[in-house]
Design a binder for this molecule. Structure first.
Ligand SMILES: CC(C)(COP(=O)(O)OP(=O)(O)OC[C@H]1O[C@@H](n2cnc3c(N)ncnc32)[C@H](O)[C@@H]1OP(=O)(O)O)[C@@H](O)C(=O)NCCC(=O)NCCS
Length: 158
């Protein structure tokens, strides 16, 4: 059974492993990202707990009331079983319950498990500078050596 719950302070190593393993998913799609890309901290860090094993994570920071999804990752060994969807749906539900106007994120526009996947979860593309934190995310990604041309910003109003 998979349960979505806040991460515990003693789970840093597990978070790091999920984050690292998600790089394999990108690599398999031909995308290489800089090492240590995941910051692994935020205003809310959720874990997907599958039979007592952390197999996925979602990291949220809050900006002007909006919930920004900094990262969603699932271990490749547990991919395509609906766990990523559970994580994003939990973030959407918690954001709405907290009175947030919505959820934002940046992602690769055309990678099947990025832009098109988020679109199925109700996200729509918005201009890169629609909100200051989206423009900042783009600047930060560029500074970390990520090619931002194939990336886009998306939002899902509550
Ligand atoms: C994005 C991610 C969290 C999705 O997790 P997940 O648990 O596999 O997602 P779900 O099972 O809810 O949804 C699976 C759907 O995503 C898409 N998908 C997932 N992995 C895919 C892959 N390797 N290739 C193509 N499509 C893929 C498919 O549409 C799939 O549906 P299908 O299996 O019916 O074809 C996971 O792929 C991941 O960790 N990727 C690396 C990090 C990342 O891209 N994060 C999001 C952008 S920041």
């Amino acid at each position: 059974m998979t349960l979505i719950r806040p991460a515990r302070p003693d789970e840093t190593a597990a978070l790091r492993e999920v984050d690292r393993a998600s790089m394999d998913t990108f690599a398999a799609a031909g995308i290489s990202l800089p090492d240590g890309d995941g910051l692994l901290s935020g205003d809310l860090v959720l874990i997907a707990d599958h039979d007592d094993e952390p197999v996925g994570l979602a990291i949220v920071t809050v900006h002007s009331g909006w919930w920004h999804l900094d990262e969603v990752s699932v271990l490749p060994s547990h991919g395509r079983q609906g766990i990523g969807t559970l994580l994003v749906e939990e973030v959407i539900a918690r954001a709405a319950a907290a009175g947030a106007p919505g959820v934002t994120l940046t992602t690769f526009r055309d990678v099947p498990f990025n832009g098109p996947w988020y679109a199925r979860l109700g996200f729509v593309e918005v201009p890169d500078d629609a909100h200051p934190w989206l423009a900042e995310a783009r600047r930060s990604e560029r500074a970390r050596g990520i090619d931002v041309a194939p990336r886009c910003a998306m939002a899902r109003p509550s």
